[in-house]
Design a protein around this ligand. Structure first.
Ligand code: XMP
Length: 524
């Protein structure tokens, strides 16, 4: 469980997770309204832990199970008697109803997707949002439904498939909905959640990035004392924000290490070095390791071997550089909250390794380093807000994610220097056009992929036999699922024409329209 120093934040909400795919979205909505919250798996929550965390209210998430099944999850015994306001969502509603003496049944009328709730009675959650008799759009995803209310509950709203779509017991401050207020497809969902956290629970909304920044800086100083810290920079947002935050906290006790693998995009290494060394004046080791990486990758075409080779070399070089720094006691890492949430798994075993992600894992034990992870409580978009609170350059904090193994995994098959050069040029043109069209910030990630396929073309009067290149652009909130970006055709034609005309070695362009799942964002 991810319990993080609770005394640091003034008002807190606890989300008890029953394994819904969208539990993280509840946390994001709550935090967007300025309230700190954490997600704990239902089977690790005890009343003692809740008391120690001292939340102002509880939210019960949705989940994949049915409360009608014998061994299905329940909320911890006694939470309904703690005197805390509780908001149950979907499975959370059903758990609340079942445990308070009502009834849940499997229903013939399943509702998935858009539905409408007709408001029948008022309650505090509706304040300033919905009025009685209104029909309001919501997003549903349920098979079971409440069939009988527990004592003292009242119907607030009904839908075609759920006579108890929205219920409340105002006296005890219990509220429960069959629909999902946390998804954007419920247009007033955030406002309903905010009424719960602010009006019902009395949270003041004091979770701001500048408060977080100040508190975290104080915490880092306390943790590190006068010892030395090393931090691996990748050029990505997370490691960059980590480094700047640490530098603000402990100044030159921090040394950053940037390993140039030769697999970076055009101008990337220069940008990183110029920002950290010249602008922030952070001690920086810039290790040129292109020959080593490209040498070891020669002839390697299997994606997993590529990733493992890069991961191994990275750790070896980092290890060497860290030793050069001398007596470092800490390693700083940009670990984010989604990486530390232990979500509830109903499949039992560990999930399958789709790709082995590379990071500096293994180093702390080997070098006897302690970890500093100041972003452990944050979601990706909050890291960007923190970057802003630190006055970091806007174009740096808005950057798309870039994978550790770099362009190596965007050149399926064997990597050569020529191919890297061709890909860099194509990628630069693509991103330039995306920026020009004002689309960079609405896209999660966009890049070109150089395919290991040569095709026949004709340019002028000549036959060509050159590489095919694929363009990828996706929208996503966390990289876990993604949809391809729907460019208009004119945009795609413009980029294709430019790449084929300006990049020697490419004579055919394709656009990747695969979502994730079933595809992944990267090609390898
Ligand atoms: P996939 O391809 O798994 O990518 O859908 C999801 C997100 O993770 C990034 N990615 C990586 N990041 N090291 C990283 O630091 C890696 O080995 C790695 N592989 C994929 C990818 O760019 C996307 O944002």
């Amino acid at each position: 469980m991810t319990q993080i120093d609770p005394l640091l934040h003034h008002d807190r909400i606890l989300i008890i997770d029953f394994g819904s795919q969208v539990t993280q979205l509840i946390a994001r909505r709550v935090r967007e309204s300025g309230v700190y919250c954490e997600i704990w798996p239902f089977n690790q929550v005890t009343l003692d832990k809740i008391n120690a965390f001292a939340p102002k209210g509880l939210i019960l998430s949705g989940g994949p199970r049915s409360v009608t099944e014998a061994d299905s999850p329940r909320a911890p015994e006694g939470i309904f008697e703690m005197g805390l306001p509780i908001f149950g969502i979907c499975y959370g509603q059903q758990v609340m109803v079942e445990q308070l003496g009502g009834k849940v049944e499997g229903s013939e009328h399943k509702e998935f997707g858009r539905a409408f709730v007709t408001v029948q009675n008022d309650c505090s959650l509706l304040d300033g949002i919905w009025s009685v008799k209104a029909q309001e759009e919501v997003w549903m995803s349920h098979g079971d439904r409440v069939a009988q209310l527990p004592k003292n509950f009242q119907v607030i709203g009904v839908s075609d498939g759920a006579p108890y779509a929205f219920i409340a017991d105002e006296t005890r401050h219990f509220y429960a909905v069959q629909f999902h207020p946390e998804v954007v497809h419920t247009p007033h969902g955030s406002a309903l959640l905010k009424n719960f956290t602010h009006k019902v629970c009395g949270c003041s909304g004091d979770w701001t990035m500048s408060a977080f920044k100040e508190e975290t800086i104080a915490k880092i100083r306390e943790q590190v004392g006068d010892q030395k810290v090393i931090c691996g920079l990748s050029g990505g947002v997370d490691s960059s924000v980590t480094a700047v935050l640490l530098h603000e906290a402990i100044g030159d006790q921090l040394t950053c290490i940037y390993v140039d693998t030769g697999l970076m995009r055009a101008g990337e290494s220069e940008q990183v070095v110029s920002l950290f060394k010249n602008h922030y004046h952070i001690p920086l080791i810039h290790e040129q390791a292109e020959d080593l990486f490209l040498g070891e990758l020669e002839g390697v075409s299997d994606p997993e071997i590529k990733r493992k080779t890069i991961g191994r070399l990275f750790i070896e070089i980092f290890d060497k550089c860290a030793k050069d720094v001398g007596d470092a006691a800490f390693l700083a890492q940009g670990t984010l909250y989604p990486d530390v949430i232990e979500s509830v798994s109903f499949t039992g075993g560990p999930s399958v390794t789709i790709k082995s992600h590379h990071n500096v894992g293994g180093l702390p034990e080997r070098m006897n380093l302690k970890l500093v992870e100041p972003l452990r409580e944050l979601f990706k978009d909050e890291v960007r807000d923190l970057g802003q609170a630190l006055d970091m350059p806007e174009d740096f904090i808005r950057r798309h994610p870039f994978p550790g193994p770099g362009l190596a995994i965007r050149i399926p098959g064997e990597i050569t220097r020529d191919k890297i050069e061709i890909l860099r040029k194509a990628d630069t043109i693509y991103l330039e056009e995306i920026q020009k069209a004002g689309l960079y910030d609405v896209i999660w990630q966009a890049f070109a992929v150089l395919l290991p396929v040569k095709t026949v073309g004709v340019m002028g009067d000549n036959r060509t036999y050159d590489y095919a290149c694929a363009l990828r652009a996706v929208t996503s909130t966390d990289g876990m699922t993604a949809d391809y970006y729907h460019f208009d055709h004119e945009f795609l034609s413009r980029v294709s024409n430019r790449i084929i005309n300006e990049v020697r070695g490419i004579n055919r362009m394709v656009y990747d329209i695969t979502s994730k799942p079933p595809g992944t964002i990267e090609w390898e």
